[in-house]
Design a protein. Structure first.
Length: 809
């Protein structure tokens, strides 16, 4: 299907600062100006193109559509039925592939609502054709459906309904039909033709459902009747034409189209024989015959809004709650409050220093921090008397200033900047927050002064993109001599006076005991202390958020799993240090651990974004609130899947060791593999190099990789349980711009991610001379192995030839 040209190597990719890797859903990066400004969109990532007035999404047939239908080899009605059958399979059988990567019976919700949260972007090809008219859209969708393995010819329900059943052959016919149906479903689950994978197929199906449901809302005449029953959806053991639910029969206008393309949040059913029972259930809040105590909402079907509202599940076929300011939630089965503030349904004058506070069924506009309402000015005016007034409300319902506005020109102190996480955090702060001023504390080490060490950091490859985009960024960094183990962090008295205006402190790495005392004694204007630590360490301290260390300090703690290569920033797959998680990904060595456990890895750029977001969230709250803990998510895959996805990367960018890709929990097997297939070849190669007077290399590289992987054996040996939802709730409060600039949750194509990581590791962490040596020895081993095998075969053949001769003699 969508042919995407892949660059020759990820090394070439990394030379392009603005490049973003192709993830499996064929996502197309768009600029912020392309994001819709429609107030009903809320926070859905939907392009402005959908809202343009020139889109041919009409209920009437135009000239272009008439020209498209002149093709005698193409039947409109047949194409609609094929597409409806295919999308019904998606609606009733599929699940959200963004969060489940295994074929298993997970809880489905696609028949009662469109995916939540909405797609970050529509499928570009569906978007391209379906914005240009119904017939063009249908032709394109039909051409794709005909390439799939799930077609109406696999429908066994029609076969059951039309056959003349006899008691003697009834059971045999049912068994054969069900076997065919299950085989069709299995092919659809395991084969993604013509898509690149399950993620892209899910994006394509969902986008197609958006458009076809919208065309149904616009009452396209072609969708009025299907001319065949529409109660089959590639499921097995269903009814044989006895379904009397009006929504599944082709006798009412647009009934089949609504049933095929649109979810039903009011009476969400999956099993056909329960449809009528569900619709007329005494528990259905939309059924008019029920009592007023049960009938909490009513159907409204003529209040079309817009395409973006449809994507956000604000359909015109849903329940309308009687209470003002509430909407029906199919997930919870009741009417819930509408947050007018986050959806932009309020009339607060944000540009006039007002903010919106959500209330049950309503909202309220108040003046933002530092402003007070003036009757004379009929608005919010700045008043220094009220500078210390803090607007308090429930965090989930408060719309404060955006992340970029809050950081503004604040002064930030960064400790632990020489660590990998600290360097990544410094680069992100300087590149994405151009007005902040950063103070860093560095100690002299190995005869390198603090100025030399910070200049070395700025000269590294991690800061290459920053140097190109903002050459003067280093001018916003001020360096101090200090030590995190000393009182006042080892700072001089004159340096302490320079730090009086610090409002944000990021502690990226290193000991933190003195950091708490320093915040308490020397930073009077501190708004937030954001502390980064490992999910696997310091649990005795950070599991208790009321620890005495946190008293009177506005602290937020970020606990992350193993740091992995960058996802997008500064460049895709960027690797600066070969860590154990990266070594396993790129196949540098054999690991000891449980491959069925979740891969506790997070890309370093997403971890950096998370701590910046967490600091913002803590800063907009009351300074005396309790500390907040955030456990960052992992890659949402197992170690086994991660190793499997790294095959292409290992083949294109092999690591220059004799390492074996894989993992086992059996200690003896791990020792055998490491000794005979990794250490022994490395030692042999070094001995050969020594004979020829060359410097030994292989054992050094083997030892480095082996120790790196061994350092995370405790992590990969057992599961780690933690609540990882809280950071997602904070991310949902960001504006569209901030969510684009500081993403935490992303749909990551593991194969592309590992491929770019392997390319970056080869570029930044490997000596090219080692690659040539290992390749030459591998070729030599292969020649010797084949020679021995050939000699063994020749000897066997000679013996077979000699035995008959001896018998004759």
């Amino acid at each position: 299907m969508m042919e995407i040209k892949v660059m020759k190597t990820c090394i070439e990719i990394q030379k392009i600062p603005e490049f973003y890797p192709v993830i499996g859903i064929a996502d197309v990066t768009r600029k912020l100006s392309d994001i819709t400004k429609d107030t009903n969109v809320g926070k859905a990532h939907v392009t402005n193109n959908i809202m343009k007035t020139n889109i041919k999404m009409k209920s009437t047939v135009d000239d272009d559509d008439l020209n498209e239908t002149e093709d005698s080899n193409w039947n409109v009605n047949l194409a609609i039925r094929d597409l409806a059958y295919y999308l019904r399979a998606h609606k009733f059988v599929d699940y959200d592939r963004r969060y489940y990567d295994k074929i298993e019976d997970v809880k489905h919700r696609l028949w009662e609502e469109f995916p939540k949260p909405p797609l970050r972007s529509l499928h570009w090809e569906v978007h391209k054709y379906c914005d240009n008219g119904f017939i063009k859209c249908l032709k394109y969708l039909d051409s794709i459906v005909q390439q799939t393995l799930l077609k109406r010819k696999d429908d066994t329900i029609v076969v059951k309904r039309n056959n003349k059943w006899t008691s003697s052959k009834n059971m045999l016919q049912i068994i054969n039909a069900d076997r065919e149906c299950k085989a069709a479903k299995e092919r659809d689950n395991l084969t993604y033709v013509p898509f690149q994978g399950p993620i892209e197929r899910f994006q394509w199906r969902t986008t197609a459902s958006y458009y076809m449901c919208w065309y149904t809302m616009l009452e396209r005449p072609e969708l009025s009747f299907f001319n065949e029953p529409c109660d089959d959806f590639a499921d097995c053991m269903t009814v044989y034409g006895n379904n009397r639910d009006l929504r599944a029969q082709d006798r009412i206008l647009f009934a089949c189209a609504l049933y095929s393309f649109c979810p039903d949040p009011c009476c969400s059913m999956r099993i056909l024989w329960n449809m009528e029972k569900c619709y007329r259930s005494p528990l259905n809040p939309c059924y008019k015959a029920n009592s007023t105590s049960v009938q909490k909402c009513r159907m409204y079907q003529r209040d079309n809004r817009n395409f973006n509202s449809l994507i956000l599940n604000q359909l015109n076929v849903t329940c309308e709650c009687d209470d003002y300011g509430y909407e029906w939630s199919s997930r919870y089965g009741l009417c819930i409050d509408v947050n007018e503030c986050t959806r932009g349904l309020h009339n607060c004058l944000l540009h006039a220093n007002e903010i919106c506070i959500n209330l049950p069924g309503d909202f309220e506009c108040i003046c933002k921090h530092g402003f007070v309402y003036s009757d004379d000015m009929d608005g919010c005016v700045e008043n220094f008397v009220f500078e210390k007034i803090v607007v308090e409300t429930i965090r989930e319902h408060l719309v404060d200033m955006s992340l970029g506005e809050w950081y503004g020109q604040r002064e930030i102190l960064l400790t632990g900047v020489t660590s990998e996480f600290g360097r990544a955090l410094l680069e992100k702060l300087l590149r994405s927050l151009p007005n902040v001023k950063v103070h860093v504390i560095i100690r002299t080490r190995s005869s390198l002064l603090k100025e030399d060490r910070i200049n070395k950091i700025f000269a590294s490859s991690r800061f290459e993109r920053l140097r190109e985009e903002q050459p003067d960024a280093i001018s916003r960094v001020k360096v101090y001599e200090g030590n995190l183990r000393y009182d006042n962090l080892g700072l001089k008295i004159e340096d302490l006076s320079d730090l009086k205006n610090i409002e944000i402190l990021f502690h990226a790495a290193g000991p933190f005991d003195e950091v708490f005392d320093f915040c308490h004694d020397s930073l009077p204007k501190l708004r937030v202390l954001a502390l980064a630590t490992s999910l696997f360490k310091h649990k005795d301290i950070f599991d208790d958020i009321r620890n005495e260390k946190f008293l009177n300090i506005p602290v937020t703690v970020l606990r992350f799993p193993c740091i992995g290569p960058a996802y997008k920033e500064p460049i895709p797959g960027f690797v600066e240090i070969m860590r154990g998680s990266t070594a396993i990904m790129v196949g540098a060595g054999y690991a000891r651990g449980r491959s069925d456990l979740p891969a506790e890895i997070i890309p370093i750029d997403l971890a950096v974004n998370a701590i910046i977001i967490a600091a913002w969230e803590r800063g907009i709250r009351n300074k005396n609130d309790i500390p907040t803990m955030y456990n960052l998510p992992n890659l949402e895959c197992t170690w086994s899947e991660l190793i499997k996805k790294g095959r292409l990367a290992h083949r294109k960018f092999p690591y220059p060791t004799f390492g074996i890709r894989g993992m086992t929990s059996i200690g003896f097997l791990h020792w055998i593999v490491v000794f005979f297939l990794e250490w022994l070849p490395s030692a042999f190669c070094d001995n050969v190099l020594s004979v020829f007077g060359a410097k030994p290399r292989c054992l050094v590289e083997y030892t480095k990789v082996h120790e790196t992987i061994k350092s995370i054996e405790e992590v990969i040996a057992k599961p780690w349980f933690a609540d990882r939802i809280r950071i997602n709730q904070v991310e949902n409060r960001l504006t569209l711009m901030d969510r684009q600039n500081f993403p935490v949750h992303c749909d990551i194509d593991l194969e592309a991610y590992i491929l770019c990581a392997a390319a970056s590791a080869r570029k930044n962490c490997i000596n090219e001379a080692n690659i040539k040596i290992v390749n030459n020895f591998n070729r030599s081993f292969m020649i010797v192995n084949r020679s021995i095998t050939l000699g063994y075969v020749v000897v066997l053949e000679l013996r077979r030839f000699r035995d008959p001769i001896n018998s004759l003699l």
